[in-house]
Ligand binder design. Sequence first.
Ligand code: TLP
Length: 343
Amino acid sequence: MHTISDFRSDTVTKPTPEMYEAMARAELGDDVLGDDPTVNRLEQITADMLGKEAGLFVSSGTQGNQIGLAIHCRPGDELICEFGAHTYNNESGAMARIACAQPRPIKGKAGVMDPAEVESLIRPNNIHNPRTALVTVENTHNGAGGTIVPLENIRAIGEVAKRRNIKYHLDGARLWNAHVATGISLKEWCREFDTVSVCLSKGLCAPVGSVLCGNKSDIERARYLRKQLGGGMRQVGILAACGIISVTKMVARLAEDHANARKLAEGLAAMKGVQLDLATVQTNIVFFSLPGRERELPALIEKLQAQKVLAMALGGRVRMVTHHEVDEEDVERALMAWKTVLA
Ligand code: TLP
């Protein structure tokens, strides 16, 4: 058990001792000049794992996604995304400001869009219409509860994108979790996409960073856009060194987080007043609501905090996320704390 059981997000993890050592030993260079060997290695390892030609180390998932969208969209273009998508709801309006695209959201089921509906929303060529440039998927889908978008669905939407000549981007912030939960290889998950953004600083414990992957010319363009955003960093191998450990050593252990999330969810679902759909608990995220008590949520979360358990109120629901720094005892403590708080 940890001093504080922090279930707010898997972003709260600290670097592992091995990461601190790797930071101290990292070979460095000026990455804006393309000279940082550690960054170059992280980019190549990640691209290879995802089956893409090239990768670009970026400061965050938001930056990876928004550069990904911006590569494919001209200002004023339209992109199709799921209604609860992080790119649309949780990136501070960057879709409008940075990618300069307007969203055409679709309400999915557990984050999964209907390929026929995607196709029906692609605009015909007409001077009055925005051009539909892109469709984007999130896997796992955070807002839907860490749900896995099935591979058949990804392929079916990919088929629509290819046939209708639009681009396809994956917000794979937690793609690692989908890979571990299903056993489906990362390459298989990524095959259909033009660009994929994966995060190193969620379940994988790196302090900073994401990698945007795609073909060489898209990543070259991405490097330029990153520089425009002020995201060209210098001796950043000090961070990439952690990322290399993330992608090579921290993926398999996500299974523990999934088991802990399941335990937590089952315990919560059994509590009176808790509404929780266990079918959505497929990876490391647990969302639930307390019908009739929505306005009390901030106060309840504060009471929980007094018992050293942290959770997050998001859109009228409670979110709890498991990760490297919460173990089974933290789960037990959280269940006890909720029992007391809800009584
Ligand atoms: N999500 C954060 C918050 O923004 C909600 C979290 O705590 O889960 N894609 C997905 C699916 C994400 O969940 C996140 C972060 C991002 C992109 C953005 O990553 P960062 O925070 O590195 O910009």
